[in-house]
Ligand binder design. Sequence first.
Ligand SMILES: [Zn+2]
Length: 219
Amino acid sequence: MNKAENILKTIKNAVFPRFCVSCRAEGRLLCDFCNANWQPPSISLKNVVDGHLASFNYADPIARQLICAWKYHYDQSAWEHLKSKLRPGLANLRHIVHARKIEAVVPVPLHNRRLCERGFDQAVEISKFIASEMDLPMVEVLTRNRSTGKQAEREVEERVQSMINNPFVLKSYSATKLPTSILLIDDVFTTGATAKAASEILQRAGVKNVMVYTLAKGK
Ligand SMILES: [Zn+2]
């Protein structure tokens, strides 16, 4: 962090004091005590359900608040906390990736308009991290052709409905270069409709095996 960023951080902390998402103590987003006592489930083979794997449960209030702090308040320290907790499961994920002969990591794309509103793409950040940890390339072969609205503000039924017309398209990418086995990555898995829509496009393009990894699962 450079000097300007440090000053900015000091000002931000003074104007918007941080409170622990778990015990509300002032200071950090997750205090040392709560961090030490927080034990989310680790990634394991038995967690793979229908080709989907997640590191956190969205019903876990700490995980949910950290994901939201990162996603909506751009709080990078939230991502650092999440990464430190999912790290112990990475050896198992590496094992699964190897067993399934995964060749590349593909992020589920965010619509361009929302990318501008939000400033960064969480799925790409997660993909970069997983790709580097798994020694795999990240290939951005998918793009969204229209906005499906802010999902968090929608009801589940509407969410499924909005995916009936597949919102994804394949970027101009030679079919011969497309990996046959892919790890598709998104931030949160709720109904599975987003991952399913993205998987369909990839499979139609010749990808044989699509495995899905999300930071969290649940509503
Ligand atoms: Zn705390």
